[in-house]
Design a protein around this ligand. Structure first.
Ligand code: FRU
Length: 532
């Protein structure tokens, strides 16, 4: 019999083997989506970093090409680190990326396709006038990296942002250029924030005030807001703010409903890092890619021969409240949906669990709509739970008033392993608070080497219709969940020992005193993607 590699994902992006990290330079070009990513060709730990390259027509099935950018010149001899693609007028892609030079300084380089009539863009040239930006005086040369997609201003200048820090201050340095080759540092950064440390992988883009359409990065106007995102290497979390970009002053100012720093808004409250978005002109949407590292020991990564996945690309848009984004898996994912099972109007009394049978529970897509008739039984909210994860840590899926209710994913037959994804609703002053958790503590009987946090986030949602939705993408060692139609997202990497392949189970549960109704639940077995 064939040995099926345990915990390997089947529809999340992965190369055949080895270490991966950040998604780089995603773009659409002449009918094809390109994804580059940080890759170690020599093993399952970080190192020897090149830009691996894959192409797709649907963002789900991928064909590998040879690495596009790899160390070969003094300006990148010690590594080809993260960066972005910009498609210049005339359909001419350019990559900006960070090279590590012989002195281990971080410098910015550009690369261009060798042959623009090759739709696969297989071959890339790194011109000899690189680097085009070096750290310069006053800039920390070991913290100066990850250039963004550039945008074009009315004055005819291209702008890009480079992540950095000055002492403990996170910095988004702004650079301007007319020809994309000669870049000048602006006097003031686009944005910065005290005590946030190094800003890795900044991203900056406009979103319309209303609707789901994505926008080209150069769009400005009073009908848009801007989103600014950074990855914080100190905590391995990302946060974003929603705000206003003033193109003349080249300043970004977060709205007063958005905060910089640890307590800011996150794309994902779980394992999701170094993300990058791009504008897809074909479907007129903004698509977000994020990386999920393993939550297992490096030793286990080496023995399984691979580490890291890219999460399912998500469409992002501004919520109608204009304070936060919403995210949803790109609709092409639905092409992998196979066998479907449905529950409807299923009442869940306190302590009830219903198994969802008939699908491959280790490789599934599940959508549920929950409803309840009253919030009277909601437990009081403890104001000390500023941090959602602390609340989830303390409460888990133990009995409550309204909730916990949700899914038990990747469950073993006798329920000694499972990853619960659920909501709990609390009563605070004049409002209700919705907590969403993806609790990996019970995900595996294995103890050693695993990182099993109780990830959690709050869901800022209107409960007046007494409904709450949840979607989870389950793929062997990842559970990627979208609460409240994409208002709060949480990803966990988990390594069940018994709840694997055909021995994995899926349940819907309610452990609150208030009865919950599953208005509908639709679950699909997911086919494997053609993956590299
Ligand atoms: C983020 C990061 C980037 C850097 C790259 C190196 O995960 O540290 O800042 O460019 O990875 O692989």
């Amino acid at each position: 019999s064939v040995i099926k590699p345990l915990h390997r994902t089947r529809f999340h992006f992965q190369p055949r083997r080895n270490w991966i990290n950040d998604p780089n330079g995603p773009m659409y070009f002449k009918g094809i989506y390109h994804l580059f990513y940080q890759y170690n060709p020599k093993g399952a730990v970080w190192g020897n970093i090149v830009w691996a390259h894959s192409i797709s027509r649907d963002l789900i099935n991928w064909k590998p090409l040879k690495p596009a950018i790899y160390p070969s010149k003094p300006f990148d001899i010690n590594g080809c680190w993260s960066g972005s693609a910009t498609v210049l007028p005339g359909d001419k892609p350019v990559i900006l990326y960070t090279g590590i030079d012989p002195q281990n300084r971080q410098v910015q380089n550009y690369a261009i396709p060798a042959n623009l009539s090759d739709p696969y863009l297989t071959e890339w040239i790194k011109p000899d006038n690189n680097p085009i930006v070096d750290p310069g005086p006053g800039v920390n040369a070991s913290a100066f990296r990850d250039p963004t997609t550039a945008w074009l201003s009315k004055s005819g200048h291209w702008k890009t942002v480079i992540g950095s820090k000055r002492k403990k201050r996170g910095m988004a340095y702004l650079y301007r250029s007319r020809d994309f080759v000669k870049w000048t540092k602006a006097k003031h950064p686009l944005h910065s924030a005290a005590n946030t440390g190094m800003w890795e992988c900044p991203d900056f883009y406009p979103v319309p005030l209303r609707g789901k359409l994505g926008l080209d990065p150069s769009v400005t106007g009073n009908w848009v807001k801007h989103v600014f995102k950074v990855s914080l290497d100190l905590t391995r979390y990302e946060y974003y703010t929603v705000g206003k970009y003033f193109p003349k002053k080249d300043k970004y100012v977060p709205d007063n409903t958005s905060v910089d720093g640890w307590s800011g808004l996150r794309y994902d409250y779980g394992n999701f890092y170094a993300s990058k978005s791009f504008y897809d002109p074909l479907k007129k949407r903004r698509v977000l890619w994020g990386w999920a590292n393993e939550s297992d020991s490096a030793q286990d990564d080496v023995s399984k021969g691979w580490a890291g996945i890219q999460l399912i690309p998500r469409t992002v848009w501004l919520d109608h409240n204009q304070r936060q984004l919403k995210q949803w898996p790109v609709k092409e994912l639905n092409t992998l949906r196979g066998k479907k099972v449905v529950l409807s109007h299923q009442k869940l009394l306190k302590g009830h669990t219903v198994e969802v049978k008939g699908i491959t529970a280790a490789q599934a897509d599940v959508e549920v709509m929950f409803s309840f008739s009253s919030l009277d039984k909601a437990d009081p909210f403890d104001p000390r739970w500023v941090d959602a994860q602390a609340a989830c840590d303390q409460l888990g899926n133990s009995q409550g008033g309204v909730g916990p209710f949700g899914l038990l994913t990747l469950a073993s037959e006798n329920l000694d392993e499972f990853t619960p994804v659920f909501f709990r609703i609390f009563k605070a002053h004049h409002k209700h608070v919705v907590l969403m958790c993806s609790d990996a503590r019970s995900s595996s009987l294995k103890e050693e080497g695993l990182y099993k946090p109780a990830f959690a986030g709050y869901v800022d949602i209107d409960l007046s219709r007494k409904k709450l939705s949840l979607r989870s993408l389950i793929d062997h060692s990842v559970v990627e969940s979208f609460g409240g139609g994409g208002k709060t997202c949480i990803t966990s990497r988990v390594y069940p020992t018994k709840g694997v392949f055909d021995d994995a189970h899926l349940h819907v549960f309610n452990n609150g005193t208030e009865a919950i109704t599953v208005e509908y639940l639709r679950a699909w077995s997911m086919k494997s993607a053609r993956m590299n």
